[in-house]
Design a protein. Structure first.
Length: 61
């Protein structure tokens, strides 16, 4: 599937993980941040690109 857009997502907990998973399934490239490294690792396993800081998600266009 061709990628639609790049998005930044802050917060990869219960809701954020489900939202980013859906976005990726629908062809979006998602960069995400969460202060909990375990949440980031789970999101990366589902296709999210990890941002080093909240500002890292803002680099998406």
């Amino acid at each position: 599937m061709e990628s639609k857009s790049k998005l930044g997502y802050l917060g990869l907990g219960l809701m954020g993980s489900q939202m980013t998973r859906r976005l990726i399934q629908n062809g979006y490239q998602v960069t995400g941040f969460d202060p909990d490294s375990n949440k980031v690792n789970e999101a990366v396993a589902n296709g999210v690109v990890a941002a080093a800081s909240p500002a890292g998600g803002g680099a998406c266009q």
